[in-house]
Design a protein around this ligand. Structure first.
Ligand code: APR
Length: 316
């Protein structure tokens, strides 16, 4: 049987993710769902009509779901489910301000995913990301490797873009890394960042690196402040779609993702942004990257910050 992926939530993030997944042309079916009557069906129709122009055969199926899980039969057999349901930030809000509202949504969605797509790998993107990923695992009761969150690829892409722009070099010549939480305790990692293979610290003054680290940490808020009505979705959906593709193709790519950490870096029992090898089963293994002492200390601080919040979501 061919591959099937579901995107829950047909807002900006969900619809652009569905578009990217459909345009890869590697899935039989992309399902997109929402609670807004007609929206997923309309987007699916529109996307299907782009097939002759873009040249892909993937079928997009849109389904409105009801309060009691009506419509979720459509996700049956999904290899991957991307959860984008939930409110985005408004200017001035932190991701944490979304916690209670989005926890209700993510719990309800996760319970239906567990019921109708019990073998899927789940990729969470709703914010606050680290907490919503933990909650999705609790609510689905899926093995921890089968639930992960998207944040690190996006934060890393932002850092890379800022470095490339500052140095006027192609983005392809820049490699950066961002670990930790998708929030205040994000840990951009200059020691693992390079430009044309040279350490970033050799080609950029420390002060400028620090400025870009701060800008990366506030990367989402910068976009929210400009958009005023919602949050970023082009770069986020690019990251989520790549993760879903890595699962569907069992690619073994190493990506920065929000994954369950169990002993790596001396950290245990928490969902945290780390590098991981991604395949059919979700996270194949967490990769422990060599870090400077201060970076390890920051990662541990991030772990403790998200651990406290992740304990709270169990009761939400
Ligand atoms: N089931 C399915 N969809 C839902 C549910 C639910 N229970 N509750 C809300 N939604 C839908 C909304 O109807 C809306 O269409 O989720 C969609 C969210 O879309 P947007 O408001 O456009 O937000 P978006 O930019 O897509 O962000 C989604 O990703 O980056 C995060 O912080 C962001 O948490 C937010 C999420």
């Amino acid at each position: 049987m061919g591959k099937k992926v579901t995107v829950v939530g047909a807002g900006f993030y969900g619809s652009t993710t569905a578009q990217r997944l459909a345009e890869y042309d590697i899935f039989d079916t992309v399902v997109i769902t929402d609670i807004i009557e007609g929206k997923p069906e309309g987007l699916a129709l529109d996307l299907n009509q782009s097939r002759p122009i873009e040249g892909f055969e993937t079928r997009v199926v849109g389904v409105t779901t009801g309060k009691n899980g009506e419509g979720y039969e459509a996700i049956e057999g999904s290899d991957v489910v991307v959860i984008t349901a939930g409110l985005p930030r408004k200017p001035g809000m932190s991701r944490m301000d979304l916690l209670e509202t989005n926890a209700k949504i993510v719990r309800q969605v996760s319970e239906n995913v567990a019921k109708y797509a019990p073998n899927a790998v789940v990729i969470v993107v709703s914010n606050p990301l680290d907490e919503m990923t933990a909650l999705a695992q609790i609510a689905t009761q899926f093995p921890k490797n089968r639930v992960m969150g998207q944040a690190g690829m996006l934060d890393t892409a932002r850092f890379t873009h800022f470095v490339a722009e500052a140095l006027s070099v192609p983005v392809a010549s820049v490699k950066t890394l961002t670990l930790g939480s998708h929030g205040d305790t994000m840990v951009p990692v200059p020691s693992r960042s390079t430009v044309d293979g040279k350490p970033l610290r050799e080609v950029m003054p420390a002060e400028q690196i620090e400025d870009l680290v701060v800008r990366t940490r506030n990367g989402g808020a910068e976009v929210v402040a400009l958009l005023k009505t919602g949050s970023a979705y082009f770069a986020p959906s690019a990251a989520a779609a790549r993760m879903a593709r890595a699962v569907a193709t069992d690619s073994g790519e190493i990506m920065p993702v929000c994954a369950w950490v169990d002993g790596e870096y001396g950290i245990s029992g928490v969902y945290l942004g780390v590098e991981a090898e991604i395949g059919r089963e979700g996270v194949r293994r967490v990769i422990e990257t060599p870090l400077d002492d201060d970076e390890i200390a920051s990662l541990k601080a991030a772990a403790e910050a998200v651990r406290a919040k992740q304990a709270d979501v169990a009761n939400m």
